[in-house]
Design a protein around this ligand. Structure first.
Ligand code: S3P
Length: 437
């Protein structure tokens, strides 16, 4: 899984119109957490709709390495034989988190509370991602974590330390950091409290409660005490809004399109792109809104509509943090100017997404000016060309969407990592009218 030197190139060509009905794979954030909490639970948990992506499979492998039996009765289903909160065993080799920042940061918190040492490694992209954001607050709790050089993976996490709860205000809005602290908090003496500058996805909090762990939380705040147990439960994983996002943009920009996206997770901390696209003039309707496994889901019906540029409201940024590559494509073909601000976090995702999207779209004729925390995008026409995703799954899929409306074919470089979050993207996309080779 480490490295992606044998780069995969896709060619995306102009399409007529997109039509169809699809259910994109399960939510990545929820799938990671479901495996983690089910592994620590007392009893057997069933997970349905599990994302068969490389990121989430790496997390499942990590727990298997630590002695958890995880069966796969069928694709997207897992049966996890929980070992209890103190039941994990020392892995005999380093744990490979692959491309997954979520996997590594959450595991860092959870493993800081174990009796044994662990080493966490990742692929080339993950090995460049900042870990001080979890190491520093975890150190305040008493954790001992060594990183390489400037706070980068591999991480060596020492077991057998006594953790103490802290009251911590996050310097950046990050669900991963919040979750790492809450997971360490399960093993800490006393209370762990986390305050956020802007509320982020609350799956850790919601799922801990679903597993019977006492936790108090509200928008921007969570609090728990160590020393309780998790009770096995069943988890139903909704379709990933972040995967649906590529189709929301694609159908919005290809004339004559109409797509139905089924069972999409509608947690408000994830649906910022929906609001941004609507502000740009998109025609996206929610149908059949309901709850599944404690999460809001809906079917989304998206039809082509002419888009215009906007100033993306800064308060939407954390709620659409993974959707900016797709938003950049929408903005590049909209009428007028789109301005993105307050999104410096994009520079430390699987790639520097501001730089990668700006460079790739410029290679297709777009006019984009990078700023330290966003971009100014002048909408216009795209031409044929080559866009390098640099191995970033979301940039790769976004460039495929751009190819739908360019004047000629777009070669998208380094697409193998699409499998980290969206296995089957190629087939799903083709099934509704993408011309991908
Ligand atoms: C995630 C949180 C976000 C997001 C990532 C998944 C999570 O990261 O970008 O894809 O599951 O908690 P940050 O917490 O770093 O913003």
């Amino acid at each position: 899984m480490s490295g992606n030197a044998d780069a995969l190139t896709w060619v995306s060509s102009p399409a007529e119109s997109l039509r169809g009905e699809i259910r994109v794979p399960g939510d990545k954030s929820i799938s990671h957490r479901a495996v983690m909490f089910a592994s620590l639970g007392d009893g057997v948990s069933h997970i349905s709709g599990f994302l068969e992506g490389e990121d989430t499979r790496a997390t499942a492998r990590a727990f298997a390495q630590m002695g958890v039996r995880i069966d796969t009765p069928s694709a997207s289903e897992r049966v996890v034989y929980g070992v209890g909160i103190d039941g994990l065993k020392a892995p005999s080799a380093p744990v490979d988190c692959g491309n997954a920042g979520t996997g590594m940061r959450l595991l860092a918190g959870l493993l800081a509370g174990q009796t044994f040492d662990t080493t966490l490694i990742g692929d080339e992209s993950l090995s460049k991602r900042p870990m001080r954001r979890v190491i520093d607050p975890l150190a305040k709790m008493g954790a001992r974590i060594e990183s390489s050089g400037a706070g980068l993976p591999p991480l060596h996490i020492y077991g057998g330390t006594t953790l103490r709860g802290i009251d911590y205000t996050l310097p950046v809005a990050s669900a991963q950091v919040k979750s790492a602290l809450l997971l360490a908090g399960l093993y800490a003496q006393g209370e762990t409290q986390v305050h956020e500058p802007h509320p982020t996805r609350d799956y850790t909090e919601r799922m801990l409660r679903a597993f019977g762990y006492p936790i108090e939380f509200s928008e921007g705040h969570a609090r728990l005490s160590g020393g309780h147990r998790l009770r096995a439960t069943n988890v139903v994983v909704p379709a990933d809004f972040s995967s649906a996002a590529f189709f929301l943009v694609a159908a919005s920009i290809v004339p004559g399109s109409e797509l139905i996206l089924r069972d999409v997770g509608m947690n408000p901390r994830r649906t910022g792109l929906l609001h941004a696209l609507r502000l740009m003039g998109a025609d996206i309707r929610e149908a059949n809104a309901r709850e599944a496994g404690g999460e809001a889901i809906a079917d989304l019906v998206v039809r082509y509509a002419p888009l215009h540029g906007i100033d993306v409201p800064v308060e939407l940024v954390p709620d659409m943090i993974d959707e900016f590559p797709a938003l950049f494509v929408a903005a590049a073909v909209a009428t007028g100017t789109t301005r993105v601000t307050g999104a410096a976090e994009l520079r430390v995702k699987e790639s520097d997404r501001i730089a990668v999207m700006a460079k790739g779209l410029r290679a297709l004729g777009a006019r984009i000016e990078e700023t330290p925390d966003g971009a100014i995008i002048e909408g216009g026409a795209l031409h044929a060309g080559e866009a390098d995703s640099t191995g970033d799954h979301r940039c790769a899929m976004s460039f495929c969407v751009a190819g739908l409306v360019a004047a000629g074919s777009v070669r998208v470089l380094d697409c193998a990592n699409v499998a980290t979050s969206f296995p089957g993207f190629f087939e799903f996309a083709k099934s509704c009218g993408f011309r991908l080779d």
